[in-house]
Design a protein around this ligand. Structure first.
Ligand SMILES: [Zn+2]
Length: 274
């Protein structure tokens, strides 16, 4: 069986924004990429967003799995129920594919839907074998302690943009293509120091980069691997020696002060946002 990575997207398009470069890099090296799409947005968006996710998966070569029914992760939904569904529905998927890496937003990713899914994945990781690695990305909130650096070139960015452009309806609302390029450029400047230590010289001349936080759940603790470039992993267990549990187990800012507001624009039958 091919080595497998399972990505968990809170919304359709998060697999195209979170860390698509790293996923495509693994795919190019023979990995199977399973793309769990947890929600489909508001009910009047389900059909459009599922169609967009299927097109994006086809472009990327990922195998999509849609949670059924779609997870409710809007502010009015039962967010605790949503986290528990991820915690119980993810492990059988990971086990069925013998996946060795799970990827998701961190539980501190600011957007309520991302944080809830991150919490669910965190609980799932506590039940999975300690050999399974958890990669976290940050989109709405940045990672405080990234330890994996993946630099990439213009060709990889072109592929990533083509996948993201399957989400025409979402791009109409907000041009996430500019986020993809802008964030990857910022990571290419800041990433070396954030991953390898402040004061580090740039580790790659490539124009773009992704950063991830990699942990394994070992002995009841979420242990982070030593800083490395993506290709230099996986690290042996002895190199997972930084305990990030205090960060992961702490409440997020929004869990402490309340969730930020959310707006729902009505959508017509033609998929046009009114
Ligand atoms: Zn999202």
């Amino acid at each position: 069986m091919a080595p497998t990575v399972v990505h968990v997207a809170p919304h359709p398009d998060d697999e195209a924004v979170g860390c698509p470069g790293s996923l495509l890099h693994l795919e190019d090296r023979g990995w199977h990429v399973v793309s769990v799409i947890a929600s489909l947005g508001f009910p009047d968006q389900w059909e459009r967003r599922r169609g967009e996710a299927e097109e994006a998966s086809a472009r990327a070569g990922f195998e999509p799995i849609f949670l059924d029914p779609p997870l409710g992760i809007s502010i009015g939904d039962d967010l605790e129920l949503a986290a528990n569904r991820v915690a119980t529905e993810l492990p059988p998927i990971v086990e069925a594919y013998g996946a060795s890496v799970v990827v998701s937003p961190s539980p501190h990713d600011v957007h309520h839907g991302h944080e809830v899914v991150g919490r669910g994945v965190q609980r799932a990781m506590e039940t999975l074998p300690s050999s399974v690695r958890w990669w976290m990305w940050g989109v709405w909130g940045d990672l405080p302690a990234p330890n994996v650096y993946f630099p990439f070139d213009e060709g990889a960015m072109t592929r990533m943009l083509h996948i993201l452009e399957a989400y025409a309806g979402e791009l109409e609302r907000n041009d996430f293509r500019r986020l993809l390029t802008g964030r990857a450029m910022a990571n290419a400047v800041l990433g070396s120091e954030r991953v390898f230590g402040f004061g580090s010289a740039s580790v790659s001349p490539l124009p773009y980069a992704e950063v991830l936080t990699e942990v394994r759940h070992i002995g009841g603790r979420f242990m982070a691997s030593e800083a490395h470039q993506l290709d230099e992993g996986p690290a042996p267990e002895s190199q997972f020696d930084l305990d990030l549990s205090p960060w992961l187990e702490s409440p997020s800012a929004h869990e402490m002060v309340g969730r930020i507001r959310e707006v729902h624009q009505d959508e017509g039958a033609d998929g046009e946002v009114k």
